[in-house]
Design a protein around this ligand. Structure first.
Ligand code: ADP
Ligand code: ADP
Length: 237
């Protein structure tokens, strides 16, 4: 059984103008993402990639279709169950979304505090994460004192704090220069290999898919127009 299954998922937003037609952001998408995959979703701006991620994270409901995680339909879960589900899904963002008023340590600890973990456990967990992302010496720094690559490493550590099985990376390297991008991609590869975390990589950059993902879906105007192994999809005539 796939870890994440999308069955004929559609997301419509109300028409932008009165009496107009609804905007179809995600249009009848079916996908299967296996445990341990690094799965890329590529497409131009406006293709529906971010909307798809919000649906998988249950931040928004799908209009129609089913989304199964571990065989369980998440489209019908009550809010309390959804919160539990989200603890099992980490997210990283293009603009890092760090709390500027909290230190690196405070940022990484945040999801553990929300999950009401005991203080002692939080301390040792954060130390482990700092070491994993190579930022032990920056534990007491504030985000504004960090480079872009360092900020994203904090983002990754925070996303991993609750031990999620799934990591959603939405344009996670799009604000970084090429060298820093490679550094962050190498770290994501380790997240997948060492922790077995399934990673969904949303990007408009082919290079990111080719250096990180093993499978890919190509989105265009809400639809998945092609999907399969990265090598096969990109070598098709
Ligand atoms: P991508 O991530 O590929 O750039 P998005 O998922 O952000 O694409 O957007 C897909 C389409 O849905 C776009 O036309 C966008 O304007 C529209 N859209 C996204 N979010 C909303 C929203 N909250 N309300 C209305 N329209 C939206
Ligand atoms: P504050 O504690 O200042 O009210 P917010 O709740 O407004 O902070 O969140 C600030 C930013 O951090 C938002 O963009 C939000 O999406 C992001 N954020 C909050 N919690 C997490 C988390 N666990 N993982 C990743 N980003 C998060």
């Amino acid at each position: 059984m796939a870890l994440i299954t999308l069955e004929n998922v559609t997301k419509r937003y109300p028409a932008p103008t009165r009496g107009g037609v609804p905007l179809v952001a995600v249009d009848d998408v079916s996908l299967e993402i296996e445990q341990g995959d690094v799965y890329g979703i590529i497409g131009y701006s406006g293709a529906g990639k971010s909307t798809l991620v919000r649906l998988v994270n249950a931040l928004e409901p799908a209009s129609t279709g089913r989304i199964l995680i571990d065989g369980r339909d998440i489209t019908a879960l009550p809010e309390r169950e959804l919160r539990k589900l989200r603890l099992g899904i980490g997210m990283i963002f293009q603009q890092f979304n760090l709390f500027s008023s909290r230190t690196v340590r405070g940022n990484i600890a945040y999801p553990l505090r929300v999950a009401r973990r005991p203080a002692r456990e939080i301390g040792s967990r954060v130390d482990d994460l700092l070491s994993f992302v190579g930022l032990t010496d920056k534990a007491d720094a504030y985000p504004e004192q960090l480079s872009g690559g360092q900020k994203q490493r904090v983002g990754i550590a925070r996303a991993l704090a609750t031990g999620p099985r799934i990591l959603l990376a939405d344009e996670a390297t799009s604000a970084l220069d090429p060298d820093t991008t490679q550094e962050v991609l190498a770290l994501l590869r380790r997240v997948n290999e060492e922790f077995g975390v399934t990673i969904l990589v949303i990007t408009h950059e082919m290079d990111v898919i080719q250096s990180l993902a093993t499978k890919v879906a190509v989105m265009d105007r809400g639809r998945v127009v092609e999907h399969g192994d990265v090598f096969d999809v990109f070598s098709r005539p």
